[in-house]
Design a binder for this molecule. Structure first.
Ligand SMILES: Nc1ncnc2c1ncn2[C@@H]1O[C@H](COP(=O)(O)OP(=O)(O)OP(=O)(O)O)[C@@H](O)[C@H]1O
Length: 297
């Protein structure tokens, strides 16, 4: 069914630590979205599967705008169903990292986000795929993936446990050699890759900008690689990642590409939009240009 502009649906992740945000989101919806003639419905996404079923139904029912209150993991699971559709995805950030919302300057206060999205335009953004699994923000394959394992065990969310996990895994993670085949033209061999991130948007979340120059709709992805260094050399990089100047460091290699194959010696961790998976030794990355419509204020 063709989307009907009047049909707006809000899907809420009750697992993403919303606290009192729900009341404020409700009020902001009434103020900015519940206009005469609008068919506004609110649903909860109890799990990834439940959310995806509800989104499929929303698409079938001709919903035009799907607002999602959740973190980057939730956005990934819901957005995956919307790839290639005409539905506009509006992100109300209630997660801990909120990398997608930060990239697009969507207000981090959920009720302010609801208001800003009411005035936003839909913009088609690129979607990355790693072994056919979609990602909108980043995919990581080395220490930058392994640290998510430690972060997920932390009972608290936010930037501090993330930094703690990064330091802890810095000493635990043992790099394995990677061969990187970019667009069938360039081959790069790296004996000791510490960090190997593929970025569609600029940051992991929490303000940590790993690819400050990444553009959402340029039809390309960015590969960012850092070789193993001693801890004293890595420490100054932390400030650079937060002030958006990490790409000026000599130690960083950045390449834009459409297609990339990563050959590792053995299987290893993979991070997709903040979620940790185990991936085989060979990972195929590609981009689908302008495949997802996102509301950008
Ligand atoms: N569609 C979904 N519906 C309900 N829960 C989901 C969905 N997708 C993921 N989750 C789970 O919800 C929890 C919170 O995830 P979410 O991505 O919303 O927030 P977060 O992880 O704090 O945010 P961020 O990724 O921005 O740091 C996780 O346990 C995640 O596995």
């Amino acid at each position: 069914m063709k989307p009907d502009r009047k049909k707006v649906r809000l899907l809420i992740n009750p697992n993403s630590g919303m606290g009192t945000a729900l009341d404020r989101i409700r009020q902001s919806l009434l103020d900015h979205w519940d206009l005469p003639g609008t068919d506004l419905t609110i649903q909860f996404s109890k799990s990834k599967e439940d959310g995806q079923d509800k989104v499929k139904r929303a698409v079938d029912e001709g919903v035009h705008t799907l607002l999602v209150a959740g973190g980057d993991g939730m956005i990934n699971s819901i957005g995956s169903v919307l790839i290639g559709s005409d539905v506009a995805l509006g992100v109300i950030p209630t997660g801990s990292g909120n990398g997608l919302a930060r990239h697009f300057d969507i207000p981090l206060d959920p009720s302010a986000a609801v208001a800003a999205l009411a005035r936003a335009e839909a913009k088609a953004i690129d979607v990355g795929f790693a072994n056919d699994l979609p990602f909108f923000i980043t995919c990581s394959l080395a220490w930058d993936a392994a640290l998510v394992n430690t972060f997920e065990k932390s009972p608290v969310r936010g930037i501090l446990p993330y930094v703690f996990a990064a330091v802890y895994e810095f000493f635990e993670y043992h790099p394995q050699p990677f061969t990187l085949q970019l667009d069938e033209e360039t081959e790069i061999q790296i004996e000791d890759p510490q960090l190997c991130t593929i970025a569609n948007l600029s940051q992991y979340g929490g303000g940590a900008q790993i690819a400050p120059g990444a553009k959402a709709d340029d039809g390309q992805l960015q590969l960012v690689v850092i070789r193993r260094r001693n801890f004293a050399k890595v420490l100054p990089m932390v400030g650079k990642i937060f002030d958006g100047t990490i790409d000026r460091l000599r130690e960083i290699e950045t390449h834009s590409f459409h297609k990339l194959t990563v050959h590792r010696q053995k299987e290893g961790p993979m991070q997709l939009d903040g979620e940790l998976l185990s991936a085989p030794a060979e990972v195929h990355i590609r981009v689908q240009p302008r495949a997802l419509n996102v509301l950008v204020p």
